[in-house]
Write a protein that binds this ligand. Structure first.
Ligand SMILES: Nc1nc2c(ncn2[C@@H]2O[C@H](COP(=O)(O)OP(=O)(O)OP(=O)(O)O)[C@@H](O)[C@H]2O)c(=O)[nH]1
Ligand SMILES: [Mg+2]
Length: 287
């Protein structure tokens, strides 16, 4: 499968972000905890080079604690500030705010020396559907920014004031200009950051099956009553369709329906807490 998606509004969004960055002191970079690597946008990384960044591993409730701890260690060893968050819970609010203030301390101290209380302006950015607006609502302890479980909910610009001397700018999710790395593209699609209209759902389902087979992830086999994950992805998909009774006519399988079931199960945690990007994969690539 080859995912290629870069609609006009994305170019515009990137340009708007470049403009907004001029008035921002720092960036809150919201990554999906399931895909810490794939949800980085290299074009955006370039844009924010040199700025203070707080990396938020959001949706931490969707992965195992130990898997995410490996990413936290990886980031911290590189001197990067990160925090794991479940934005749908208020529990993480204080930690994020204190990390944000700490990140900006050199700046606020400089102003304080001149007798000025500087408001910290943070731009909240990330690929679509990572939970940027939900995080803002969580930090503001109230519903202010529009959210929804599909990519592309936030379109315009929205600055939100926090009582703690912080202002947040919500931005629309932006994808890398071209998906050079198809593994990354597939994983973004698996977590729901790519609009379904531009995807072949059956193909994506096959990619998901390929992923689980590669990991030999037995909870996947268990969910669909399969003995093993060996064989071609299409054979596995047909077995799932057969077990579920997803048929088209008398002897054809409804592969799209099987694909939808797999993707839905993955996104709703019915396959367990699946970490798509593992730190070891970077090491493997580099060695
Ligand atoms: N489980 C879980 N779900 C979350 C979390 N944060 C956000 N969500 C859900 O993820 C979906 C997307 O959230 P949004 O806040 O709209 O995401 P966004 O990044 O603003 O999306 P765009 O504006 O489309 O780029 C919603 O269904 C949220 O409820 C989290 O920490 N854990
Ligand atoms: Mg949003």
């Amino acid at each position: 499968m080859h995912i290629q998606w870069y609609p006009g509004h994305m170019t515009k969004a990137m340009r708007t972000m470049q403009e907004s960055l001029k008035t921002a002191d720092c960036v809150i970079y919201v990554l999906d905890a399931r895909a810490v690597l794939s949800s980085r946008n290299p074009a955006f990384d370039k844009m924010i080079a040199g700025m203070p960044v707080l990396y938020v591993f959001n949706k931490c409730d969707m992965v195992e604690r130990a898997d995410l701890a490996a990413w936290e260690k990886y980031y911290r060893e590189r001197g990067l500030q990160c925090v794991s968050v479940n934005s749908t819970s208020g529990k993480f609010r204080a930690e994020v705010i204190s990390k944000l203030l700490l990140l900006n301390k050199p700046l606020t101290d400089k102003y304080k020396a001149k007798g000025v209380n500087k408001t910290v302006r943070a731009m909240v950015a990330g690929v679509p559907n990572t939970g940027k607006s939900t995080l803002i609502n969580c930090l503001c302890a109230g519903k202010r920014a529009a959210t929804g479980n599909r990519p592309g909910v936030t379109r315009g610009k929205q600055w939100v004031s926090l009582s703690a001397g912080i202002e947040l700018l919500d931005t629309p999710g932006t994808l890398p200009p071209a998906f050079e790395d198809q593994t990354r593209a597939v994983r973004l699609a698996m977590i729901g950051s790519v609009r379904e209209e531009v995807l072949d759902v059956t193909e994506l389902g096959l990619e998901a099956i390929k992923f689980f087979a590669m990991r030999n992830y037995m909870p996947f086999a268990a969910r669909y009553g399969l003995d093993s994950l060996s064989g071609e992805p299409l054979e596995i998909m047909d077995k799932i369709a057969q077990k579920r009774g997803y048929l088209l006519g008398r002897d054809a399988y409804d592969e799209e329906r099987a694909a939808r079931a797999v993707l839905d199960d993955l996104r709703k945690l019915r396959l367990g807490k699946v970490m798509l990007d593992k730190v070891e994969e970077i090491d493997a690539k580099q060695s």
